[in-house]
Write a protein of this length. Structure first.
Length: 276
C-alpha cells in the first residue's frame, strides 16, 4: 500500500511557524527599556520621586496629564525629562501589565558631580582625564565608552540631561562593571560643562573629522576633557566652538567615520600612551 501524501498542515509544521506566528512571539518590550531599573505605576513612581532616587526619564500615556499632572510637574521640577507617548508603547514596555499610564526609567547607579571627578584625579595624583558625551543616545555605545574610559584610567564620563542615553541596564551591561569604579555625571548641558571645566583649568578636545590636528599631535598630557559627538551629527557646533582644540583620527579607508565608542577608545588610549 502506497504512503498517503502528507497534509498541508503537516507540511507547514515541518517548515516551521507561519510568519505571523513568529511575529506574535516577539518580545513585548525592548531589553534596554524593560529592565530591573524600570518602575511602573503611580505609587512606585511617587515614592521614587519622594525618596530622591536617580531617575533618567519618565514616560506617561497620552491624555493622562489630568490624572498624572502632579507627578509630571514634580518630576520636571527636579529636572527629570517627562515624555508623553502613545499608551500602546507603554503597554509594549510594561513588564507587569499594570503601568497605570506611567513608567520611570531609573539609573543603575547614582550620578556623581564634576567635582567628584576632579577630586578623584587629585586623589590619584594625576592630571584630569574626562570624557564628555555630546548626544550619545545608544545605551550600548554609552556603556562601551564608560568601559573604555575606566580601563584607560579616565576620571569620569559626563552626559547631558537631554538627548542622551541614561545609565539603564543595557548601558550597565555594556559597561561590564565599570560603573562600579568610574563616576558618571549628568549635567544640564555639555556646553555648560565645557565652560565649567575650562574654569577648572582643563583643556577641551573635540573629536571631529575636520580637526586642525591629528590625535597624535594633540597634547593629552594636559588636564584633558575629550568630547565625543553622536554618530549622526558629531559634536554640536556650539560645543565645538567652546573647545580649545578640534582633533581628528586619521583615516585611510572609504567608510566616513568610526563608531562613537570606537573613536572614544582610539582617543583615550592615545591619551594613556602619552601619559605613561
Amino acid at each position: 500500500m502506497k504512503n498517503q501524501p502528507q497534509s498541508r498542515g503537516n507540511q507547514r509544521d515541518k517548515r516551521g511557524p507561519r510568519p505571523q506566528d513568529r511575529w506574535n512571539n516577539k518580545p513585548r518590550f525592548r531589553p534596554e527599556e524593560g529592565d530591573e531599573n524600570m518602575l511602573e505605576g503611580r505609587n512606585a513612581v511617587t515614592e521614587a520621586l519622594r525618596s530622591g532616587r536617580e531617575i533618567d526619564k519618565i514616560y506617561f500615556a497620552s491624555g493622562a496629564v489630568g490624572t498624572l499632572g502632579h507627578l509630571i510637574a514634580q518630576a520636571r521640577q527636579k529636572g527629570i525629562t517627562a515624555q508623553e507617548i502613545d499608551r500602546r508603547k507603554l503597554d509594549a514596555m510594561s513588564i507587569t501589565g499594570s503601568h497605570q499610564g506611567i513608567i520611570a526609567l531609573c539609573a543603575a547607579v547614582p550620578y556623581r558631580s564634576l567635582e567628584d571627578m576632579l577630586a578623584l584625579a587629585r586623589e590619584r595624583g594625576e592630571k584630569p582625564l574626562l570624557v564628555l558625551c555630546d548626544g550619545i543616545t545608544d545605551p550600548h555605545n554609552l556603556g562601551a565608552i564608560i568601559r573604555t574610559a575606566e580601563i584607560a584610567g579616565a576620571h569620569g564620563v559626563v552626559i547631558p540631561r537631554r538627548r542622551s542615553a541614561g545609565l539603564n541596564a543595557a548601558c550597565a551591561k555594556a559597561a561590564a562593571g565599570a560603573l562600579e569604579y568610574l563616576p558618571v555625571a549628568k549635567v544640564s548641558s555639555i556646553a555648560s560643562a565645557v565652560q565649567e571645566l575650562k574654569k577648572q583649568g582643563l583643556f577641551l578636545f573635540a573629536a571631529d573629522m575636520d580637526g586642525q590636528q591629528t590625535l597624535y599631535e594633540a597634547d593629552f598630557t594636559l588636564p584633558t576633557a575629550i568630547v565625543i559627538g553622536s554618530e549622526g551629527t558629531g559634536v554640536s557646533a556650539l560645543v565645538k566652538q567652546e573647545c580649545d582644540f578640534v582633533v581628528r583620527i586619521p583615516q585611510k579607508g572609504r567608510i566616513p567615520s568610526l563608531n562613537a565608542s570606537n573613536a572614544a577608545a582610539v582617543l583615550l588610549f592615545e591619551a594613556l600612551r602619552k601619559r605613561l
